[in-house]
Design a protein around this ligand. Structure first.
Ligand SMILES: Cc1cc2nc3c(=O)[nH]c(=O)nc-3n(C[C@H](O)[C@H](O)[C@H](O)COP(=O)(O)OP(=O)(O)OC[C@H]3O[C@@H](n4cnc5c(N)ncnc54)[C@H](O)[C@@H]3O)c2cc1C
Length: 550
């Protein structure tokens, strides 16, 4: 066969057969759900600390024909980490920062991490340039650390808002965040993965090591003469921010197949991330607008023309452009009123109907020019620049971030309260992203359908990527049913206009019908075929992306 493939290293992992520490599901009930509030069940819950322990567990599961669901920090909102029976494996205890190397040619650093490292722990280590295990790192890695300390600030740019998220979970869903507009998603920052397959063999895959051929065929030779071969799904992916289903492109790097596969193909046991230089200074501004159309005009001019090809009306392309609609501002006002003086939410201007958060990378020298241009653009678009909130120091930026974080938190809290009165209610949160030229149509469709239906909803999110989340908050089961119908109608529109059903949250267990809508039965069959290559018995993360076939 005519495969373009370079060699790939598969090692026989150690033979230690001791199972990792375990807790009963009764004692560890919080592991049976995630931020989606979907409820799950598991027979056993394990907490491996090393790759060897994980491999022993996988071999035991393989023998027992037990399914294995993987759990990171469970901040996911599609039920991806929620078990449907079988064994649950928490990666909580695999949380070490393992080593650093300098990629001198590329002028960046690469950090090796266990999958349970949280974004919070990573950022703290990078800020202080101190790593808990550094004394145990090999000499070469400690030298790289010295070089890191002697250079400027470095960062890992993906930031899915919730800082307790783990690198394993983020890689599993190809997470994004506000600055994805400028820096791209998690995928762009993964250099290498060690992946435990369902039978316990370890795949060590570096970017550039292994590609599918132009027809999408791939072939892996394992030690002992085992050959695994298959084909990347043939569907065309939309040209938008996308986290729906397996990444698929002819000639693609095989690493990209695993990133965003939601734990269905293998378990990441080590992740090498690429660090990039942090901007010298970030100017963050929340501008308030009298209407949605004024805010959208600002977004268009701040971002540049269609597809970003025209230059923005600002000194540089924004790092982030985030939107808050009138319902979002009202919800925050209401939350502030309820919580009282201890609320971290600052008082919002009373005449503000919508808001946009924008970040520009700048420097001490250029700050004034950047701020002037930004405030002038706000004024030009109908926002009073004197009402804008501005942040330049890390503390001020944190305050603006806390404001942004308060919104999804408040939404989750409100729906949690409603669900206590009406069991079965969940929020219905869209994750559609569309091409630049479909943004206005999509926003108009949201308004037209949701306002007519008289549903309680909030709209916010990554407008720079044409990726606004609509969160429908049903008050009863009738509204829930109507909300679901509307969701489906909106998904159809997003797809018809060249978009995706998931820009960042993934499919998990809750959005499977929309994945089928996007790629059809053939697309699902092609994904199943890929899964069979790496996990023939369908043991890993059953129920994610598509139903398990028994
Ligand atoms: C308030 C709030 C705001 C959010 N904002 C954003 C946002 O802006 N952008 C965004 O992208 N997301 C956002 N999220 C969703 C969530 O934070 C991300 O999806 C995050 O990446 C999940 O990480 P986690 O560690 O919690 O993973 P989990 O939820 O535990 O797991 C996610 C998936 O990854 C799999 N997985 C976990 N570990 C591994 C591993 N080692 N190997 C293979 N698969 C694994 C799980 O089985 C599951 O399928 C938000 C969530 C909340 C609560």
């Amino acid at each position: 066969m005519n495969h373009i493939l370079t060699a790939i290293c598969i090692e026989a992992a150690g033979m230690d057969s001791r199972l990792p520490p375990e807790q009963t599901p009764d004692c560890a009930a919080s592991y049976l759900t995630d931020e989606s509030r979907l409820g799950g069940r598991a027979e056993r819950i394990f907490f491996p600390r090393t790759e060897l322990e994980l491999v022993a567990l996988l071999r035991a599961a393989d023998q027992a024909k037990a399914t294995v669901t993987l759990s990171g920090a469970r901040t996911g909102i599609t039920g991806g980490a929620v078990p449907e029976g079988g064994w649950l494996v928490s990666l909580d205890k695999m949380n070490r920062l393992l080593g650093l190397r300098r990629d001198a040619g590329q002028n960046h650093f690469c950090l090796r991490c266990q999958p349970g490292v949280t974004l919070e722990a990573l950022d703290k280590a990078l800020e202080k340039k101190t790593f808990p295990d550094e004394a145990n790192w090999p000499a070469e890695d400690r030298q790289a650390l010295e070089a890191l300390r002697q250079s400027g600030a470095w960062m890992f740019s993906p930031d899915p808002t919730e800082r307790s998220a783990t690198l394993g979970g983020m890689t599993g869903c190809n997470a994004s965040g506000a600055r994805t507009l400028f820096y791209g998603s998690t995928r762009n920052y993964i250099n290498r993965l060690r992946i435990a397959l369902a039978d316990g063999s370890i795949l060590d895959l570096r970017r550039g090591d292994c590609r599918a051929d132009e027809r999408g065929r791939f072939r892996l030779a394992l030690p002992g003469g085992v050959i695994r071969e298959g084909a990347i799904p043939g569907y065309a992916m939309p040209s938008v921010k996308n986290a729906a289903g397996y990444f698929a492109q002819p000639g693609m790097d095989l690493l990209d197949l695993f990133i965003g596969s939601e734990g269905t193909l293998g378990i990441f046991t080590e992740i090498e991330i690429r660090l990039i230089p942090a901007p010298e200074m970030v100017l963050g501004v929340i501008g308030f607008f009298p209407s949605e159309s004024a805010a959208l005009a600002f977004v268009r001019r701040a971002r540049g023309g269609a597809t970003g090809s025209e230059p923005p009306d600002l000194p540089s392309r924004p790092l982030a452009l985030e939107y808050f609609d009138s319902h979002a501002l009202d919800l925050l006002r209401d939350q502030k009123r309820k919580v009282g003086t201890s609320s971290p939410i600052p008082a919002l201007p009373s005449d503000a109907a919508t808001a946009v958060y924008i970040e520009l990378a700048t420097s001490e020298r250029m700050l004034e020019k950047a701020a002037e241009a930004l405030l002038a653009l706000l004024d030009d678009c109908g926002s009073r620049s004197d009402s804008a909130w501005t942040a330049t120091t890390p503390e001020e930026t944190e305050r603006l971030k806390a404001f942004r974080h308060a919104l999804p938190e408040t939404i989750n809290q409100r729906i949690g309260e409603r669900a206590q009165k009406v069991p079965g209610l969940t929020k219905l949160g869209t994750d559609f992203a569309v091409p630049d030229d479909a943004l206005l149509k999509m926003m108009a469709a949201y308004r037209a359908l949701l306002d007519v239906a008289k549903l309680d909803y909030v709209m916010f999110g990554h407008i720079g990527n044409n990726h606004v989340h609509v969160n429908i908050l049903p008050r009863d089961l009738d509204e829930y049913a109507r909300g679901k119908e509307l969701y489906l109608e909106l998904a159809r529109k997003a797809l018809a206009w060249g978009g995706t059903v998931s820009g960042e949250h993934g499919i998990g267990k809750l959005k499977k019908p929309f994945l089928r809508l996007m790629y059809g039965e053939d697309g699902i069959a092609a994904m199943r075929a890929v899964k069979r290559v790496f996990d023939p018995a369908g043991l890993l993360n059953p129920g994610n992306l598509f139903d398990r076939q028994t």
